[in-house]
Design a protein around this ligand. Structure first.
Ligand code: NI
Length: 256
């Protein structure tokens, strides 16, 4: 039982062998995959995939760097998509201060608007936060996101101390492939803070491939390597991590 809480199965990296790959995923113990959107087209494609496969779910939204293409018409289209069947979250949304081509104030404006949309539609939120920890937290708090809905930090990359602060607010965290790369001390400190009731696992496929396959294309069948590393660092069994993170993701996204 594994739930990959974040995989971009709709991207062109999977165009050659998508069907074959997805048909085989069950054999790898993958029970569910959540496919987030990063703009209008990918959000539409996520919904299409979710309609084809009973165990795939979708999220819709505009990734921070893509918010430079956003306007009221686009926002209305995203709102329409968010009401479609099997859309279980708004995401991935947030702030990205690593890349510089969308001004911070533009990112922040559409981040707030999409948080407000999630609250209005009673959907949880998937957060992309790159080098913007303080502003992400401040905006989530100001918009009352933790009180009014559920918040998942996708591919959590902050410190143990920041995780502690977010956890106090009721935040959820998704752990990705980088936990299998060097620097285990920081990873262990973060994992020690987050209880399994607030932890999901993900591939972020086709990116962030876990060891020992780093450098190759990632896909949901590899999410078990991340679960195994979490089990090792937390000193518990793989089965416990797999089952608990699956339960947490189902609860987070509201899947029975
Ligand atoms: Ni992503």
């Amino acid at each position: 039982m594994l739930f990959d809480s974040h995989a971009h199965l709709d991207v062109e990296e999977f165009d050659e062998d998508r069907e074959e790959l997805l048909d085989k995923l069950k054999e790898s113990g993958i029970s569910y995959v959540l496919n987030p959107g990063v703009d209008l087209e990918t959000s539409q494609n996520a919904i299409k995939l979710a309609a084809e496969y009973p165990w795939i779910y979708a999220a819709v939204g505009f990734y921070p760097q893509h918010t430079c293409d956003m306007d009221e018409d686009m926002f209305a289209l995203i709102e329409g998509l968010a009401k479609k069947p099997k859309v279980k979250a708004i995401g991935e949304i947030g702030l990205d201060y690593y890349w510089n081509y969308t001004p911070h104030d533009v990112q922040q404006y559409w981040f707030r608007r999409q948080i407000q949309l999630a609250i209005k539609l009673d959907l949880p939120i998937i957060i992309h936060d790159r080098e913007a920890h303080g502003d992400v937290k401040d905006i989530l708090v100001e918009e009352k996101a933790f009180e009014k809905t559920r918040v998942l930090m996708h591919c959590y990359s902050g410190s143990a101390e920041f995780a502690r602060q977010l956890l106090k607010l009721g935040c959820y965290f998704s752990i990705a492939g980088p936990v299998t790369y060097g620097n285990n001390r920081k990873a262990k400190a973060v994992l020690d803070v987050i209880p399994l009731e607030h932890m999901c696992i993900e591939t972020d496929a086709p990116y962030l491939t876990p060891e020992p396959f780093r450098g190759k294309r990632n896909d949901p069948s590899l999410v078990g390597y991340t679960a195994r590393k979490i089990a090792e660092l937390k000193g518990i069994s793989f089965e416990e991590v797999a089952e608990a993170t699956c339960d947490t993701a189902k609860k987070f996204f509201g899947i029975d």
